[in-house]
Design a protein around this ligand. Sequence first.
Ligand code: HEC
Length: 177
Amino acid sequence: MIKVSLRRHFFVSENLTMRYFLILALLLTACQQAGTSSLNNVKATAVPLRPTLSPQQISLGETVYVQQCASCHGVNLEGQPEWKTQNEDGSFRAPPHDESGHTWHHGDPTLLEAVYAGGARFADMNIGGTSSMPAFADILSDAEIAAVLTYIKSTWSDDIQAIQWEATLREELQDEQ
Ligand code: HEC
């Protein structure tokens, strides 16, 4: 079992929280090579190896991306025009998921929360704007949510993937403390 805990507790039911753990587990163990450590061993081993991205997940994820995400985040993951500027109604524009955006600055738990809960994750926070990002917890299956993040990662260079993996480990370690 992977040990993770939620840093922010906005989930409404235990059921949904369980799903969050399942999807995170899918992401962290997908296609892991035999003999590599999981986050379970994060304290026992120096650096857990980055899981290899599964071609099946990438392929499913691309389909999900085109159907559910591209309308806002762009077919080429380029985000909305002038995405750093807020709309007149105070809402944020959809950022790119390519290397020009900041998706790769975040670890898997943060990205998963974004897809899972959408703009609702900011409900109790003052972040200086609103987000129309839909919550996909009830729209996509666990496998589809894991797959779409895997697809996005697959478009990044190896260096960027490595940095994002380090962010995932950092977030996990924080959670355990
Ligand atoms: C209706 C428009 C819309 C759709 C559709 C949409 N998003 Fe978003 N998304 C946004 C907006 C706006 C933001 C910026 C505000 C925020 O973080 O909630 C965002 C932010 C994000 C973030 C956080 C990025 C970061 O660096 O903080 C992720 C991850 C994300 N979206 C993934 C997805 C995925 C995956 C899909 C498809 C399953 C999707 N989005 C569909 C509008 C959308």
